[in-house]
Design a protein around this ligand. Structure first.
Ligand SMILES: [Zn+2]
Length: 55
């Protein structure tokens, strides 16, 4: 299974080592599902931390 990569230049996710849009090298996305456009992402991450008792 390929790692999800992220292009900070285009602010987009891809599985390629190079961004299909701009051709620049991508970086490994951490966390994989994070998106600044996902307004519920932060809530979900906090809920996950509470599940693990880390909050
Ligand atoms: Zn790009």
């Amino acid at each position: 299974m390929k790692l999800l990569k992220y292009c900070p230049h285009c602010d987009r996710y891809t599985f390629e080592d190079k961004c299909p849009a701009c051709g620049r090298p991508t970086v490994i996305a951490h966390p994989p599902k994070y998106s600044p456009k996902d307004k519920y992402g932060e809530y979900r991450r906090k809920a996950k931390l509470r599940e693990r008792g880390l909050n």
